[in-house]
Design a protein around this ligand. Structure first.
Ligand code: SF4
Ligand code: ZN
Ligand code: ZN
Length: 314
């Protein structure tokens, strides 16, 4: 963030507080927050993420990205009376971390008058993430990281919650940074299916799968944090005790370094994959989802990843 005195290049009146290197704009607080809201609106329109009467389940964890998006969507919802917004929160069961986030998420929902629906790993699967980590340690198993369990179990929990609140769309607050980190991770792992399918709006791949939308996919992470800060939105700042995705962190550092030297490179990567994706989609178009033999939920294999994990845990 640059703090030198300059006049906002958008309104030409107020004092700028932020320089956006990739666009050359110097922005005042009002024009900055407006630009984020307008960008989100443009992203939603470009990818046709919403219909005028959609019911949106917004995944709110309590972190800066999700609470910021909740505020942006709540503001938009007021202009579209037929759209309804409900928050869904997953309690993974991480002591000393998720409890605080849950409180912050609930406070934000209350402030905005949004109903919040909470699902927990314990209720859905019988274990908290803490219990899973402890039991794996006890068994001397070190194959999967806590994040690997958390990611798979949370994805299903969010879909379950979205269905429960009868949502048409599940909105997540993945930012531009999250998106391109994931793309690079998937390239490193050679995961063609994921690159093809993890789009700003997912396909209607199965009736039991709520379509996911990512309205923040064109907003850099730094700007979602700044939005929360300018709007005085309360969010959880402490990192998860299990946050250890070493490779993702290395990719984040590399991309931030590249962005400093080549402003706009993150957008370039995002746009490049948009160009490449149609060719990848061709190669996976015959991979149909079936229903898991155990839980009946959509799955690429006979038994879904969640059920495979839970079997191995019990
Ligand atoms: S850092 Fe890992 S364990 Fe913690 S909430 Fe995120 S995915 Fe779950
Ligand atoms: Zn301005
Ligand atoms: Zn299953």
């Amino acid at each position: 963030m640059n703090t030198y005195v300059a006049i906002c290049t958008v309104c030409g009146r107020r004092q700028a507080f932020f320089f956006r290197p990739y666009s050359g704009e110097k922005l005042c607080r009002t024009c900055f927050t407006r630009s984020i809201e307008e960008k989100v609106r443009a992203t939603i329109a470009r990818y046709q993420m919403l219909k005028f009467d959609d019911r949106i389940a917004m995944a709110v964890s309590g972190g800066k990205d999700s609470v910021s998006l909740l505020h942006v969507l709540a503001k938009m919802e007021r202009k579209y009376p037929k759209v309804s917004l409900v928050a869904v929160t997953v309690d993974e069961g991480i002591k000393g971390y998720r409890d605080e986030a849950l409180k912050i998420a609930a406070e934000n929902c209350k402030k905005l008058g949004i109903t919040q629906h909470i699902v927990s790993f314990k209720k859905l699967y019988g274990f908290t993430l803490d219990e899973i980590v402890k039991s794996q340690k006890k068994k001397g198993k070190s194959g999967l990281t806590p994040c690997a369990y958390c990611g798979v179990l949370r994805r299903k929990a969010l879909n379950t919650a979205a269905k429960k609140v009868k949502a048409d769309k599940l909105a997540t607050a993945h930012t531009l940074d999250d998106e391109i980190q994931t793309i690079l991770l998937n390239i490193f792992h050679g995961d063609v299916t994921r690159i093809a399918r993890e789009k700003p709006i997912t396909d209607e791949a199965h009736p039991k799968l709520v379509q996911k939308i990512k309205p923040f996919c064109e907003i850099p992470e730094k700007e979602t944090a700044l939005y929360a800060y300018v709007k005085k939105i309360k969010f959880q700042n402490t990192p998860c005790p299990y946050a250890s995705e070493a490779l993702r962190n290395d990719i984040r550092v590399m991309l931030n370094h590249m962005e400093e030297r080549h402003a706009g490179i993150k957008f370039t990567i995002f746009k490049s994959i948009e160009k490449i994706r149609p060719a990848l989609e061709e190669t996976v178009k015959n991979e149909r989802l079936r229903e898991c033999n155990e839980c009946g939920e959509p799955s690429a294999e006979k038994i879904c990843r969640t059920c495979q994990m839970l079997k191995q845990l019990s």
